[in-house]
Design a protein around this ligand. Sequence first.
Ligand SMILES: [Fe+2]
Ligand SMILES: [Fe+2]
Length: 406
Amino acid sequence: MKIGVFGGAFDPIHNGHLHLAREFARRLSLDKVLLIPTSLPPHKPHAYMAPPQLRLMMCRLAVGEDGLFEVSDIEIRREGASFTADTLNEVLKIYPGAKLFLITGADMFLTLGTWNRFEEIARLATLCAAPRGDGDSQRLKSYAKTLEQRGAKCVIEDIPLMDVSSTAIREKILAGESIDRLVPAPIEEYIKKFGLYKTAPGGPGYSDSQFIEIIRGRLSPKRFKHSLAVAEQAKRLATLYGADPKKAYTAGILHDIMKDAGAEAQLQIIGDFGIILDNVEKNLPGCWHAIAGAVFIEHILGITDRDLINAVRYHTTGRAGMSPLEVTIYLADFTSADRDFPGADEMRRLAETGIRPAMKYGLSFVLRELIDKSSVIHPDSIHAYNETVLAGGEGGAENAEEQKKN
Ligand SMILES: [Fe+2]
Ligand SMILES: [Fe+2]
């Protein structure tokens, strides 16, 4: 069996990658090409990179049902930097006796001799590359000779390359230009759906004004206004509840980030990151945007603060043992200036008086609504409710009942 091994960041995978792989497969009669996204960008890291799971998912979408390709997560599962020699050995474990062809871009090929355990790589695979432009061909061929003197087998194929790169694609997305024809259609859709590459590089250090721009592009005008109002209210309540007002403001901006993405996108991102919904959660669509939102801010925006992620995660259900920040966002979502449900004013008053009465009131209100709708109730909400009752919160269910009658 002849197997092409094509590794890369694939950030994102594009038609140029697929073309290169297909051409090598055709010219070298390969039975299969393994696409192996790296977990870290080995050579050219850039500040904003799509998380490994999404790059993997895009590779899967890009090849679709094409039997030539197999997308492998061996490097992503390994985490951290991977050595090509290890990857090739692992491929051989899966396909014993296979003949391997390592497919590289021109730039990569020209550094191969310096790679960790080059001799082992050269023993395990034939090294393949295609020139990027006319001048390249000679350079690649003479470099190939040097590598061959060190025991490598090399194949340089003059494959007409498509003028497309992941960097150019990311730049186009940032500039709001179309990437039509540069990537397979499902990839374009996927990138749009998750708003990938849409934000300027910032890594974990986005500012609130950048976050505001991010949600502006993802939410309806009404929800956008709501989010800003929640952020303001969260900043105020945070000082009362002993949470960090700055963090509360950020969490307020982000809490509904996936709300308008639609059920399909919410469930997809939840599934893509390996979260399995239990039966109650599956039947509680109202909590999907919170779970999806937590995944989004952690994996796509690169937020690492667990408390902030949890504040988004539990803003619809609540849970027992909520942190001051979680409570702040839960109650700010209820009491932001744009809220006008029956009882909103009472809830605002209670929110000023303390956490317990406000939580009891809010949870009673939500539980009642769910029961009225014959909806399932998330156990986290019941635990949160029991906790406030056992702690002797005041101004709870009775008031909620009264307010509803009014
Ligand atoms: Fe929400
Ligand atoms: Fe909200």
